[in-house]
Design a protein. Sequence first.
Length: 187
Amino acid sequence: MQRFIKQTSSSSGRLIRICGDDKMVNITDVKQILQFAIDAEIKVFLDGGWGVDALLGYQSRAHNDIDIFVEKNDYQNFIEIMKANGFYEIKMEYTTLNHTVWEDLKNRIIDLHCFEYTDEGEILYDGDCFPVETFSGKGRIEKIEVSCIEPYSQVMFHLGYEFDENDAHDVKLLCETFHIEIPNKYR
């Protein structure tokens, strides 16, 4: 099945997906996708907008996808679970071996990221190392407790590219809620 996604490139070179309202991942979808991992005893870490909302403990805006990090040891198993539940891979200009995009017939999109832990205990993702504390965030999607990228790292990961209104929304809420100084570019 071919899906139509308008892609545009910002001045920073970052690809931006523009999806219509029918291309959203709602809270019921998120709970179902998380349940796939829970049932298979696969630990996942939320990133992106749903990661922010998990930290906040409520849905603060609409989301066109869900960003999930899965450890390399569980990555292929999680992919098989997604396939068994109707998801198929869609190739995007930015996909890599460690970053794939999945969609189902309900137009739900999963941005899936594969990482591994180094011998030193750091997180290795796409050639870059991050402190293990990056994944120390704890949040909730309604009654489901989730692990996610912690607030300060979420804010720092929003730097270095041209941001949109969702990024500004997320950064401001994180900074207000967790008493983090708002970066100059978001003021």
